[in-house]
Design a binder for this molecule. Sequence first.
Ligand SMILES: [Mn+2]
Length: 413
Amino acid sequence: MKFAHMADLHLGATSDPALRKLEMETLERALDRSVEEGADFFIIAGDIYHVNIPDLAVVRDSVRVFRKFVETGRKIYVVYGSHDFSPNAASIVDILDEAGVFIRVGKPSSVNGMLRPGVVKDERTGAILTGISGRRASLEKKAFEGLDREYLSSLEGFKIFVFHTGLDEVRKENERYEGIASSDLPKGFDYYAGGHIHRRIEFTRGMKAFYPGPLFTGWGADMEATVRGEKRGFYIVEADGGVKARFVELTAFKGIYEELDAKGLSATVANEKLKALAQKLDVKDKVAVVKVFGELASGKTSEVDFASFRDSLMGKGAIYLHLNRNQLRAREIAAVTVSGEETSEIEEKVLKELAGTVRASTPQLSANTVRLAKDLLAQLRVPKKEGETEADYDARVSGAAKEVLGIKKLVEG
Ligand SMILES: [Mn+2]
């Protein structure tokens, strides 16, 4: 028996047409390759799509690729990832499960107050599959606590556990996720097909728990790692007495990585440096990742002409430019002059100007700076209600602010 294991596809994460095309081609290559390698079935350990209801063009194109595989008589087994899951809406994964494109394993049921994840037997090979889906903010940790382990250990055959949760033991210093210990995984499975951590991990202490990492790219950080040489692909796992997993490389694009330290430069000099950089770089048919950081000595971050930089790289045949300028700052927050018809328009313009001057510590914050600031402002200007005590008012405003920032659970435990 042979099977393929991938995770963290994040289909539709990019809206760039060239990258979307490349993303779909990579997916197709992966599925074709797994058939060539003799895989009997395919596992996707969550984060199949980047959002729970993705762009329908992405769904259409990917379903065409998935169906081609399924029509060979092979199955695709999945769990939700944290990105596929929605607490209050159906996910596209549910629809594709209903349509027979995917088979979602580990659908939860409760027996005597314990969680029994649904078990599926692969008809082609007799392999037994079950697992636990990922959820937002790693709420699936609770599922591991209430898991009916006795039931799972009573299952017989070649057993695979599919999950979308990080292991605490493999966390690197800069990685932040709510993980579980490997001892939290149910015992006695032949293979643990992991997802969620965006790099390749082979955990072999007393078990085989593997993470293939993203096939294509979910975040800018993935793209940066790829162009800096990290190999992307998936596992072909062979069960022949023992269990052997082999990583199949399928790196989707060539790339280059460059940095520009703008510390102490004026915006004008920074522009000259960018111009020179654009002239120097060989970007033809490559994805370029360029990080510009540091504190400008003078001028605003908005005076750095990234648009021309992008144009010249694209003009030289680059597939795509990913600009990382989260850590580019201006020395002073200069007075910003903007005009507009309405208060909200003026606010938005001011916030946009200032967005480049703040350093955000997480991708969620840096991607949505303006929206978060606007929402926060809207909450903070809510006046005290008639008869409301100071304490109640405080609690209401700080509660609303935590909600906006998405840190309610984090702060209140
Ligand atoms: Mn992911």
